[in-house]
Design a protein around this ligand. Structure first.
Ligand code: SF4
Ligand code: SF4
Length: 456
């Protein structure tokens, strides 16, 4: 038996074998561990004596045949193909590059000046919408995300876009699901009413405990932002669900502390992502931060298990997103849909694969005036996980899909060379999620709780 495509996970008291080539997994009992978690070939003679002292030949052979069958089956699975052209069904519209905060890790500084204007005009925005609607003419839905800077600083343009979409889709066309990511400072009651009335879902970027938020996300004038945000968001949290998206920096690596603070405030769900490519390098996660980060994620997983046993799936999006995929047996070929099914439009009308590629001329995906550059889109469609040199043999590949292509380019100068720290954190979250799932799968109400937890 070739053990090289079997990865063993031991998390939360569970031992699990993952077959990388199929993205399947199964729990191991003591015999399974004795057979698989040994350094030598499990069917070699050196193991025979040791195993036969503990188990019958029938038991051992049955286990080995089952594994070999699963490995054989994995090799016959159909390969992913990119024969057809993908539809770009998600568009980020950078309505402004202006922001009233100066977050220390923000990438805006690096891309500042790459757009020839700060505020997107109605003419550019409407052309972008025309492009999105034309691309999705045969689809039922597509997604438009208002991005920035702080997008609500250009509310007049957002209003114009909303009116234009209503006009254009009055009689036919896809339903446009609209979302906005705000820093929370602009979420006044009037702005929230406007978003609600137009069914624009919103999430808040917020980094947790006051000393962290105030230190990392000061205002332009250097003012503290924790109270500024909570004065707006606090009253809303009692009435509705709002997602908080936190960025983890070396200033506080105890991710559980961040996440619990936000959950206690009432945010639901809560997501926390490490800062990797930052303007201020002191905010960037480094290799020696990984142990503290993984310890924090482990504590979160343990608390999720305890919470679930008490009847509640805690709303930690980092886990619930993976748990949902495990539950639905969904495999991934892409980490995100960057460039292949997603694009981002800068204020001057230039189109890029996503909001982190602003101003990168090598990956410019067209303009709102001339449409999409399909050869750049093709390049991203080809970056599926089975086709990436750094990913195609990774045990986690069908759970991961290849993570962030921007980070691969930023750190390794190649969209197909994954960034190692990004991989390490994902594998940690995946291992914990699989361990957790083995405890909770089959529990009544799990499907509903997962559904609810993902409903951002
Ligand atoms: S990005 Fe990293 S973790 Fe994900 S499949 Fe590629 S090598 Fe594996
Ligand atoms: S490439 Fe990276 S930054 Fe861009 S959308 Fe994907 S995950 Fe986000």
């Amino acid at each position: 038996m070739d053990k090289s495509s079997i990865h063993i996970i031991s998390e939360l008291g569970k031992n699990i074998a993952v077959i990388g080539s199929s993205g399947s997994w199964f729990e191991l009992d003591e015999m399974g561990m004795d057979i698989l978690a040994t350094p030598a070939n499990p069917s070699s003679s050196e193991n025979d004596a040791r195993l036969s002292n503990k188990y019958s030949t029938t038991e051992i052979n049955y286990f080995i045949n089952t594994i070999e069958g699963a490995l054989k089956k994995a090799n016959t699975l159909a390969k992913y193909s990119t024969d057809r052209q993908e539809v770009i069904n998600k568009m980020y519209l950078q309505v402004t590059t202006r922001c009233n905060l100066r977050c220390r890790y923000c990438y805006a500084e690096e891309t500042a000046g790459t757009s020839t204007c700060e505020m997107m005009t109605s003419e550019i925005a409407r052309k972008a919408i025309d492009l999105l609607l034309e691309e999705n003419r045969d689809q039922e839905t597509c997604v438009l995300d208002f991005d920035g800077g702080e997008p609500m600083l250009n509310r007049p343009l957002i209003e114009d876009v909303v009116d234009y979409i209503k006009l254009r889709t009055k009689n036919n066309g896809p339903r446009v699901r609209m979302t906005i990511a705000s820093n929370g400072t602009t979420m006044t009651p009037e702005n929230v009413d406007f978003l609600n009335n137009n069914k624009i879902a919103f999430g808040i970027s917020f980094d947790g405990p006051p000393d962290i938020q105030n230190n990392i996300r000061p205002s332009v004038a250097g003012r503290q932002s924790y109270d500024f945000v909570m004065d707006n968001i606090g009253p809303l949290l009692a009435k509705r669900r709002i997602i908080a998206q936190a960025t983890i920096t070396p200033l506080l690596l105890d991710v559980d502390e961040i996440v619990f603070h936000l959950a206690d405030l009432g945010f639901n769900p809560v997501q926390a992502e490490p800062a990797y490519a930052c303007a201020d390098k002191k905010c960037q996660i480094k290799p020696n931060d990984i142990p503290a980060l993984t310890n924090g994620f482990t504590r979160m997983a343990e608390m999720m298990l305890t919470g679930f046993k008490q009847g509640r799936l805690l709303p930690f999006y980092n886990f619930t997103e993976i748990l949902t995929r495990l539950h639905k047996r969904r495999k991934r070929q892409y980490g995100c849909s960057v460039g292949a099914k997603m694009c981002a439009v800068a204020p001057d009308g230039n189109i890029y694969p996503c909001y982190r590629f602003w101003g990168n001329e090598n990956y410019k995906m067209g303009t709102v005036a001339k449409g999409f550059n399909r050869s750049v889109q093709r390049l991203f469609s080809e970056a599926y996980v089975d086709n990436r040199e750094g990913c195609k043999d990774c045990w986690a590949r069908y759970f991961c899909g290849g993570k962030c292509l921007y980070l691969a380019l930023y750190f390794n100068k190649d969209v197909n060379k994954p960034y190692d720290l990004n991989c390490q954190i994902f594998k940690c979250l995946l291992s914990l999620s699989i361990g957790l799932y083995q405890h909770i799968h089959g529990s009544p109400g799990l499907t509903e709780q997962l559904e609810l937890s993902r409903n951002k």
